[in-house]
Design a protein around this ligand. Structure first.
Ligand SMILES: [Zn+2]
Length: 226
């Protein structure tokens, strides 16, 4: 059985994942997946996406992480061309890349034709970065397969016809909720709140929604709940 673990944050999730890995890896085949490369969420002041990627890659390497996949949206390179270095470093580390559509398009909110076009639009950069490696892995943006059976079946057929395998998600973290408050706290140099954020990251899943709500308020100027 293969477990696919999804992560979206650029700060925290990797550490949570690495703590969980020794347990998961005992009897299972585990792959770590990162969505929305090369950029997701707020960027704290004084940092670049490339530096963050370097840090994540170094952490994964030092922990001997199992196979790592990154699902990217090439539209981000139109906005910040130098972030291509994030993807190049990812590949230089031996990690793989997969298709997450060009613009992170929702199939639920768009036609099948537009969605398939968005998949194809991501391929030239994907192909150039992956070289001889197989790049036919696909992750649906938002994990949404459309609001009708017809759309779901049409895109599944398209993916199959084009040789793609769909990367499902076995374990997912609400780690992305951590990004924005962390960036806000760092901007304000609010070390007390940063410490609280770090401790809250270990909150058990049953308390996730409560923790997420507090994260949103952290450093936002709203009154913090306790
Ligand atoms: Zn995504």
């Amino acid at each position: 059985m293969q477990i696919l673990i999804r992560c979206r944050t650029q700060f925290l999730g990797v550490f949570v994942l690495l703590l969980a890995l020794p347990i998961l890896a005992m009897a299972q085949e585990v792959a770590l997946t990162f969505d929305d490369l090369p950029a997701h969420g707020a960027l704290p002041p004084g940092m670049t996406r490339v530096e963050l990627a370097k840090s994540i890659i170094a952490t994964l390497k030092s922990a001997n992480a199992p196979q790592v996949y990154g699902f990217f949206n090439a539209v981000r390179l139109e906005e910040v061309p130098q972030d291509r270095a994030v993807l190049e470093q990812w590949r230089a580390a031996g990690f793989l890349l997969g298709n997450h559509t060009y613009t992170h398009m929702s199939l639920t909110d768009n036609t099948v034709e537009a969605f398939e076009k968005d998949i194809a639009a991501n391929e030239p950069i994907l192909r150039s970065l992956m070289g001889n490696e197989d790049w036919h892995w696909f992750r649906y943006p938002f994990l949404w397969e459309g609001e009708t059976l017809e759309k779901r079946n049409a895109v599944r057929a398209y993916l199959k016809e084009h040789g793609y395998r769909v990367a499902q998600v076995s374990l997912d973290f609400g780690d992305y909720a951590w990004n924005a408050p962390y960036a806000r706290c760092l901007e304000k140099n609010d070390q007390k709140s940063i410490e609280w954020l770090k401790s809250s990251s270990w909150t058990p899943p049953s308390n996730t929604s409560s923790s997420t709500g507090r994260c949103r308020r952290c450093c936002s100027g709203e009154t913090s709940s306790t």
